[in-house]
Ligand binder design. Structure first.
Ligand code: SF4
Ligand code: SF4
Length: 337
């Protein structure tokens, strides 16, 4: 039989196989050896003969060219070229008898690789090193227990796979915020006096209530002290708190003394007190409206009251409270029946 016919058919089939999935040499190489070409020449001829088909299919598939996994295309190309050149040189330097011995084994390796490539890849991926463990933190654990705990939690937050800004905590946790119902707050600042850590603070120049969450230990003293019962505790760990400035919970305009203009007290509170006392208390009835005194600072109030000659003890004498002696005396004075 004319050997050209099987070689032509093998070349056609091998080129198609290479374009579809690879492995064309499995057809072309045995056919060339079968028609009497020595194994080394047969391998070289097969490689050269199939190259145009490989180049044509590479051009057709060019849109799909890209990195494989994390390895970019350029290093892959360079590695392939170096490997191909090394293999070709090795083939040229190898005696035909040696290659005849090696060829079945090489074909076996290639067959196994082709047949079990997917499984081999998955197995290799399983033993591949996973995500490296985060580097140990390098902060210096300084300060009180609370500072060290917050520092450690912030470090953990920094390496968390999905960090969140705030984590709710159970009641009684030593981290958290306070919420104030500002509509009911009179800015009496009792909570500021009660807070042992300075988390709640005021402003010396204007009526204001501020809160620094990083300092709050959720002791609840402010809640227990508030006369208006408008404070509630919110246990949570807010990772933004450490770097946040104290936030203003409530602020109001101060009242200005009607005599000297000095700011004092809270405007809304003074106005509410005046509305409650106006005409309803003996001290604020009749001529010489003393309500003006409530609109003055402590210094001006004393001066105004002194100037007006007001006698704080000038009220009607109160009825003397009844005591046990009164009851006994009454009982003894009653005629005995
Ligand atoms: S719960 Fe305690 S530490 Fe926190 S603001 Fe109130 S008084 Fe201050
Ligand atoms: S104690 Fe209550 S009413 Fe007074 S300032 Fe604080 S939150 Fe407001």
């Amino acid at each position: 039989m004319n050997p050209s016919l099987p070689v032509f058919g093998a070349g056609l089939l091998a080129g198609t196989m290479n374009a579809l999935a690879g492995g064309g040499s499995f057809v072309s190489l045995p056919v060339l050896i079968a028609v009497g070409v020595p194994s080394v020449q047969a391998n070289a001829s097969s490689t050269v003969g199939l190259f145009p088909g490989a180049a044509a299919s590479a051009w057709a598939y060019r849109d799909g060219l890209g990195p494989i996994g994390a390895v970019p295309l350029r290093p892959l190309l360079i590695t392939t070229l170096i490997g191909g050149a090394a293999g070709a040189l090795l083939l040229l330097w190898t005696a035909s008898s040696t290659f005849d011995f090696l060829l079945p084994w090489l074909l076996l390796i290639a067959t196994v690789t082709l047949g079990f490539g997917r499984q081999l890849g998955e197995a290799l991926r399983r033993i591949a090193p996973q995500e490296p463990a985060p580097a140990p933190a390098s902060f210096l654990a300084m300060g009180q227990k609370r500072d060290v705990l917050r520092l450690s939690l912030n470090e953990l937050h920094g390496v968390a796979p999905a960090p969140v800004d705030a984590v709710p905590l159970p009641a009684g946790a030593p981290f958290g915020a306070v919420e104030v119902d500002v509509a009911g707050c009179t800015l009496c600042l009792s909570c500021v006096s009660a807070c042992p850590t300075g988390a709640l603070s005021d402003d010396p120049d204007r009526p204001m209530l501020r809160f620094a969450e990083s300092a709050c230990v959720q002791c609840g003293l402010c809640k227990a002290t508030c006369p208006e019962k408008v404070i509630s505790l919110v246990p949570q760990l807010d990772f933004r708190a450490a770097s946040a400035a104290p936030r203003v919970l409530k602020q109001e305009e101060p009242f200005h003394c009607v005599r000297c203009g000095k700011p004092f007290g809270v405007k809304s509170t003074i106005e509410r007190v005046i509305a409650k006392l106006d005409g309803k208390h003996w001290m604020y009835q009749g001529a010489g409206n003393r309500l003006e005194a409530l609109k003055m600072c402590d210094t001006c109030r004393v001066a105004a009251v002194t100037e007006a000659g007001f006698d704080p003890y000038g009220a009607q004498p109160r009825q003397r409270p009844r005591t046990t002696d009164d009851y006994l005396r009454e009982r003894e004075s009653k005629p005995k029946s």
